[in-house]
Design a protein around this ligand. Structure first.
Ligand SMILES: Cc1cc2nc3c(=O)[nH]c(=O)nc-3n(C[C@H](O)[C@H](O)[C@H](O)COP(=O)(O)O)c2cc1C
Length: 166
């Protein structure tokens, strides 16, 4: 069964550091995502620093475990790269999902935490990193080794599929 089916949100990590070559493949996977007009409007801030992770763990009530994750990727959006600005969320979501799937493929645990379009979350992160006006922090992804495994849960629902007519 491939990683699309077994990937899960992992929120607890052990102390094993994330290997540089795994992180490299994870970022490459993010950049392979499809994007509107092939604009690839993503950038990444890779955070291992403890103090910075501590800050990120307080950005929302749902990010506390970042303090204990060895790596956190801040997925950034480059607004001026988009021909049609409204596509930014779709492009960055495709990129984020690729990152999560490669993370699982590498035998690691990962978690997507939303920032954009919540104004207060976006502002906090923009100010902390002194991001240019054009760059938006889209989401946070914590990554690490975990004793919890990625595992399949069946979400198939025939009732959600409509053939030919609604
Ligand atoms: C846009 C988005 C934002 C999310 N934000 C958070 C978050 O802030 N904190 C968190 O613990 N999980 C967050 N999640 C993870 C979801 O809770 C999780 O994907 C969902 O419960 C399904 O579980 P699974 O990922 O294990 O399949 C987010 C997921 C998405 C797609």
């Amino acid at each position: 069964m491939n990683m699309i089916f077994t990937r899960r949100s992992i929120r607890s990590f052990n102390d094993t550091p994330v290997e540089a070559e795994k992180l490299d493949r994870i970022l490459r996977a993010g950049m392979q995502a499809p994007s509107a007009h092939n604009k690839q409007p993503w950038q990444f801030l890779v955070v291992r620093n403890e103090e910075t992770r501590e800050f990120l763990s307080h950005v929302t009530p749902y990010t506390s475990h970042i303090a204990k994750a060895p790596v956190c990727i801040v997925v950034l959006g480059e607004m001026s790269a988009e021909r049609i600005k409204e596509f930014i969320q779709q492009d960055l979501s495709a990129c984020t999902q690729n990152i999560l799937l490669q993370t699982a493929e590498e035998g690691l645990g990962g978690l997507w935490m939303g920032l954009y379009p919540d104004e207060s979350r976006v502002q906090k992160v923009k100010e902390y990193f002194n991001l240019p006006d054009d760059i938006i922090p889209f989401c946070l992804i914590s990554i690490g080794h975990s004793d919890r495994k990625n595992e399949f849960v069946d979400r198939y629902a025939a009732s959600k599929i409509h053939y030919e007519k609604y």
